[in-house]
Design a protein around this ligand. Structure first.
Ligand code: AGP
Length: 615
C-alpha cells in the first residue's frame, strides 16, 4: 500500500513531505522518493529500501529549498523495488514529477504509444507513463490540473496520482479513482495525502475526494472538479485523531498500544448509539426502517480479520433477527455469481475502507441492486463512500498491520446492526435489546480485566518461541476466534498456525496431534449451552490423550476444563455471543509476544501491508 504526500505553503516542502511519509510508513513499502520545485526548476531524489536510505541520499546530495513538493513510499506492484522504479517519476525534460498509488491497467499500450512519439521511459513501472502524458498535455494546456484531467480520462484501473510541474511552482495537483486521497487545508497551505496521519500535525481540517475527481492545491485554496472539469461537491470534515494518537504512546509497538486501547475503542463505538431509555439510535445508518424490514437475506463480505468478524456477526444476526446470513471472502464473492437482489443487504466490513477485494465485492452487489452497509474505521475512505450506508467503528487510527482494536469494534458494530435489525423488525423486544446493550456496555471493563492478567500468557508465548506449529480449536463463535488466533500467529510470528472447528478434529485434523504440540482451545461458556461445553471438554481430553500441550481459554468458574488444561487462561464470564470480545484478547497478546520472542518486526510484518488496495 503506497504512501503519498503533497504540499504547497510557506514551510519547507521537503521537511513537511518527509515527516508525512514517516507517518505513513506503517502502510508497508520498499522504496521512497521526493520532488521539490525550486529556482524555476524541479529536483528529485529516490532510493530503494526504507526512508532512512532516502534521508541519507538527501544529506549526500541535498535538494534546493522549495515550498512546493511531493513524496512517496512505494509498495512494489509493477517493477522490482529499485531506485529507478521508485517514485516520483519524471518526464524526459525533468519538468514534471508524479507519484502514484494503484495499478494502471492499460499502461503497456500507453507506454508503446509514448515510445512511438519519441519518449524514453527508464523504469519498469506503470506510473512512469503518466509523467510523459502529463508533459504532453501540459505543453498544450499550460495548466497542470487540466492536463491531469485529460490524462486521467485515458487511464484504466485504480489510481491516486499527485503531480507538480516546474512551470507552476505554486501548484500541486491530485487525482483519484479507487485509491485513497485526502486533502488537508491549513492557513496559507494545503496538503494531499493517502491518509490523514500524514498531515494531522499541521491541520485537522480535511476534505474527502470522491471517485474520478481532480484537486488543485494552491496556498490560498483548493479547487476540486470531476475528470470532466465540472466543479465537484466535496465534504469537509474535522479529523478528530490528534497527532499523538498516531504515535506509540510509550509502547514498544503500535500493536501493543492498540491492544491496550481496546477497552476505550469498544466504549467509543457504543457512544452516542444508545439513547437514555437504553434503546438503539442508529440514525446514521441512512437505510430506512421500512427498507430494513424488507431485507430477506444478509451477505457479509470482508477479508482477513474483518472476515472473521463477519463470521461471528452471522451467529448474532441469525439468532437475533432470524434473517439468513451468509459470510463470504470478498476475493471469492463476485466470481461465484452470487444470488443477489434488492432484498439482500450486503454488509462490507473493512478497517481501512480501501481493501480492493472488498470494494470490488460491494460494487458487484450494488450492480445487482442490493443495498450495501459498510462497517468501517476510516472516515472518508472509499468503501463507505461507495456504500448506501455506513456504521463507523471508533477505534481511532490502527497503525499496526495486525488488526486488533479494529476487530473488536467491528464485532461491536455488527452486534449493533443485528440488534437494530431485530428492533425495527420486531424480532427482539425492547427489554431483550436492553439486556444485550447492558451486557455490551460491560465489555469494556471485561477487556480491561483481561488485559490486566496477561503476564502468564506472555510467559507461555516466550516458552513456545522455538515451536513450528500451533493449532487453534473452537466451537460456535469460538471457531472464528480460533481462526483469528491462527491468523495473528501466522502474520506476526511467521509460524504455521491453523484454526479448526473442534467438531472437525475427528474428521482429519486429529492426525496432526503429536507429543507436546501446542493446541489452543477456546472453550464456550458452560452456562449457556452445556452441550457445546461438554463436547469441547471431550475434544480437550482427546487431544491431551494424544500428547498435545493444551492451552485452554475458559471463563472464570469453569472447573470442568481444568483437569485437562496444561495452561488455563481465564476470561470473565460473558454471554455466549459476546464472548469473542474477551476471548480474542489473550490470542492477540500471545501472538504479539511470540513474534517479539522470535525477533520479528511486529508493527510491519514481512510481506504484509496495512491496507491491500490491489486485487
Ligand atoms: C489482519 O490482522 C490483517 N491485517 C488483514 O487480514 C486485514 O484484516 C485484511 O486485509 C482486511 O483489511 P481491512 O479491514 O482494512 O479491509
Amino acid at each position: 500500500m503506497c504512501g503519498i504526500v503533497g504540499y504547497v505553503g510557506p514551510q519547507s516542502a521537503l521537511d513537511v513531505v518527509v515527516a508525512g511519509l514517516k507517518r505513513l510508513e506503517y502502510r508497508g513499502y520498499d522504496s521512497a522518493g521526493v520532488a521539490v520545485l525550486a529556482d524555476g526548476g524541479l529536483a528529485a531524489a529516490k532510493k530503494a529500501g526504507k526512508l532512512v536510505n532516502l534521508e541519507k541520499e538527501l544529506v549526500d546530495r541535498p535538494l534546493p529549498a522549495g515550498t512546493t513538493g511531493l513524496g512517496h513510499t512505494r509498495w512494489a506492484t509493477h517493477g522490482a523495488p529499485t531506485d529507478v522504479n521508485a517514485h516520483p517519476h519524471l518526464d524526459n525534460a525533468g519538468r514534471v514529477a508524479v507519484v502514484h498509488n494503484g495499478i494502471i491497467e492499460n499502461f503497456a499500450l500507453l507506454r508503446a504509444e509514448l515510445a512511438e512519439r519519441g519518449h524514453v521511459l527508464a523504469s519498469d513501472t506503470d506510473t512512469e507513463v503518466v509523467a510523459h502524458l502529463l508533459a504532453e498535455e501540459f505543453a498544450v494546456t499550460a495548466d497542470l490540473a487540466e492536463a491531469m484531467r485529460l490524462v486521467c480520462r485515458r487511464l484504466d484501473g485504480a489510481f491516486t496520482l499527485v503531480a507538480v510541474h516546474a512551470d507552476e511552482p505554486d501548484v500541486v495537483v491530485g487525482a483519484r479513482r479507487n485509491s485513497p486521497l485526502v486533502v488537508g487545508v491549513g492557513e496559507g497551505e494545503a496538503f494531499l495525502a493517502s491518509d490523514v496521519a500524514a498531515f494531522i500535525a499541521h491541520t485537522r481540517s480535511a476534505i474527502e475526494l470522491g471517485q474520478d475527481q481532480v484537486v488543485e492545491l494552491r496556498r490560498d485554496g483548493v479547487t476540486v472538479t470531476g475528470f470532466d472539469g465540472r466543479p465537484a461537491d466535496v465534504r469537509s470534515y474535522h479529523v478528530d485523531w490528534d497527532a499523538s494518537a498516531a504515535e506509540k504512546g510509550g509502547y514498544d509497538y503500535f500493536m501493543l498500544k492498540e491492544i491496550a486501547e481496546q477497552p476505550k475503542a469498544v466504549a467509543d463505538t457504543l457512544l452516542g448509539r444508545i439513547d437514555a431509555s437504553g434503546s438503539l439510535r442508529l440514525d446514521e445508518l441512512r437505510i430506512s426502517a421500512a427498507e430494513l424490514r424488507e431485507v430477506d437475506k444478509i451477505v457479509v463480505v470482508a477479508c482477513g480479520t474483518a472476515f472473521h468478524a463477519g463470521m461471528i456477526a452471522k451467529y448474532a444476526i441469525e439468532h437475533w433477527t432470524r434473517i439468513p446470513c451468509e459470510v463470504e471472502l470478498a476475493s471469492e464473492f463476485r466470481y461465484r455469481d452470487p444470488i443477489l437482489d434488492p432484498r439482500t443487504l450486503v454488509i462490507a466490513i473493512s478497517q481501512s475502507g480501501e481493501t480492493m477485494d472488498t470494494l470490488m465485492a460491494l460494487r458487484h452487489a450494488r450492480e445487482q441492486g442490493s443495498k450495501v452497509l459498510a462497517i468501517c474505521n476510516t472516515n472518508g475512505s472509499t468503501i463507505p463512500r461507495e456504500s448506501d450506508a455506513v456504521l463507523y467503528t471508533h477505534a481511532g487510527p490502527e497503525v499496526a498491520v495486525a488488526s486488533t482494536k479494529a476487530f473488536l469494534t467491528q464485532l461491536v458494530a455488527c452486534y449493533l446492526v443485528a440488534l437494530y435489525l431485530g428492533q425495527v423488525r420486531g424480532t427482539k423486544w425492547g427489554d431483550e435489546i436492553h439486556v444485550v446493550i447492558r451486557d455490551l456496555s460491560q465489555i469494556s471493563r471485561a477487556v480491561e480485566r483481561v488485559l490486566g492478567t496477561m503476564e502468564p500468557v506472555r510467559k507461555l508465548a516466550r516458552s513456545l518461541a522455538d515451536k513450528n506449529t500451533v493449532l487453534f480449536l473452537g466451537r460456535h463463535v469460538g471457531y472464528p476466534v480460533a481462526l483469528e488466533g491462527a491468523l495473528k500467529l501466522k502474520e506476526l510470528a511467521y509460524m504455521h498456525a491453523e484454526g479448526f472447528a473442534a467438531g472437525e478434529l475427528k474428521h482429519g485434523p486429529i492426525a496432526l496431534i503429536e507429543e507436546d504440540l501446542p493446541v489452543v482451545v477456546v472453550a464456550p461458556s458452560p452456562r449457556a449451552r452445556s452441550v457445546l461445553h461438554d463436547k469441547i471438554v471431550s475434544n480437550i481430553q482427546e487431544i491431551r490423550a494424544r500428547g498435545a500441550r493444551t492451552i485452554v481459554i475458559a471463563e472464570e468458574g469453569d472447573e470442568a476444563v481444568a483437569p485437562y488444561a496444561d495452561h488455563l487462561i481465564r476470561i470473565p464470564a460473558t454471554p455466549t455471543l459476546l464472548q469473542p470480545l474477551v476471548a480474542t484478547v489473550p490470542l492477540q497478546v500471545f501472538a504479539c509476544e511470540l513474534a517479539t520472542a522470535r525477533g520479528n518486526e511486529v508493527d510491519q510484518p514481512r510481506n504484509l501491508a496495512k491496507s491491500v488496495t490491489v486485487e
